[in-house]
Design a binder for this molecule. Structure first.
Ligand SMILES: NC(=O)c1ccc[n+]([C@@H]2O[C@H](COP(=O)([O-])OP(=O)(O)OC[C@H]3O[C@@H](n4cnc5c(N)ncnc54)[C@H](O)[C@@H]3O)[C@@H](O)[C@H]2O)c1
Length: 309
């Protein structure tokens, strides 16, 4: 939202605040609604003369989705269907969707191309696949053009330190490791015997500002008459868990307390994006590709208490 406002767009935010926080949205921009409130969404889109929707809303925890699949399907798939219905009712023709690398499951090789098989291994990933499928039909039948952005590991924080990761419970590696530094409570590293240079999992960390910029490029592509598509959003470079720990130690100047845990079911050894399609077709050019910058920005946010006042 910050980048959209900076770039001259008018923005209305819809969130039911089930997992989000009012303090992250400027006063007057937030409409506290659930995605399942189809008619209220239609009315809001009409009132605001909405031209395009960026759809981030959803439940995001893989582990929780393995315990409560019905909740994930109802919220992520049912909620998205309601939103798409409202868009059709209001005549809004463009949508950018937050999808995920989890749609690929555990691919045998990396980097991962958009053409790799879609084979999610948990209900969270499956819920995103189902929405991508619905989007194809809404394009074909209602001419609602759309782009799915399959994020790899969103990370970092806004460079001024006002916005950052606020998940409860937190499941993402960098904020968990920063929390370990601040509290002295050890972080757990799941698995040290993967087929990677140091035995820990490799992931592709993409800075939230670069991720946000990908959304703006996607909206502009659709508003300019561009066709529906799917894109990975990752830098194309992977880092192991131990590399993250070393980067946190360098940025904070403190030792990271950690413990070794067993491998988690379903964790792939390495998930790294092939990012050429997004760069080539939409002109995406990430600014913050250095791991130390990502960790510095996350630390800047976390060390101020992790929340805007
Ligand atoms: N963070 C990552 O690394 C990552 C990776 C891949 C994909 N994604 C996707 O990006 C999106 C945003 O992720 P995030 O990390 O900012 O998560 P988040 O939990 O901080 O944000 C999701 C927001 O959706 C809202 N929400 C949930 N269900 C809703 C509903 N039915 N109606 C209205 N609002 C609802 C929550 O209150 C929350 O504010 C999600 O769709 C997630 O699946 C995130």
């Amino acid at each position: 939202m910050r980048l959209l406002l900076q770039q001259g767009y008018e923005v209305a935010v819809v969130d039911d605040l089930s997992r989000g926080y009012r303090h992250n949205v400027p006063p007057g921009c937030l409409y506290q609604l659930s995605l399942v409130e189809t008619n209220a969404l239609t009315e809001l889109m009409r009132q605001t003369a909405c031209e395009a929707v960026i759809h981030f809303a959803g439940l995001i925890s893989v582990g929780e989705s393995m315990r409560e699949p019905e909740r994930y399907l109802a919220n992520n798939v049912g909620g998205s269907l309601s939103l798409l219905t409202a868009m059709v009712q209001a005549g809004v023709k463009h949508l950018v969707f937050s999808s995920t690398a989890a749609v690929y499951g555990n691919p045998h090789t990396t980097p991962i191309l958009e053409s790799f098989p879609i084979q999610p291994v948990n209900p969270y990933g499956e819920s995103k696949v189902m929405v991508e499928t619905m989007l194809r039909w809404f394009d074909q039948i209602h001419r609602l053009t759309n782009i799915s952005l399959r994020y790899f590991n969103a990370s970092g924080a806004d460079p001024e330190g006002r916005l950052g990761e606020e998940h409860e419970p937190e499941t993402h590696l960098i904020p968990l490791v920063l929390r370990a530094v601040m509290t002295g409570e050890p972080a757990t590293i799941f698995g040290n015997d993967y087929d990677t240079p140091d035995g820990t999992c490799i992931r592709d960390y993409v800075h939230v500002d670069d991720l946000a910029q990908a959304h703006i490029l996607a909206v502009e592509h659709l508003l300019g008459g561009g066709a529906s598509d799917q894109f990975n959003v990752g830098t194309g470079t992977g880092h192991t868990v131990l590399e993250i720990i070393r980067a946190v130690e360098e940025v904070t100047g403190k030792k990271v307390p950690y413990l070794w845990g067993a491998r988690r079911d379903g964790d792939a050894a390495s998930l790294v994006a092939a990012s050429g399609k997004l760069r080539g077709k939409l002109g995406w050019n990430p600014k913050y590709t250095g791991l130390s910058t990502i960790v510095e920005h996350a630390w800047n946010f976390a060390s101020k208490g992790g929340r805007r006042s």
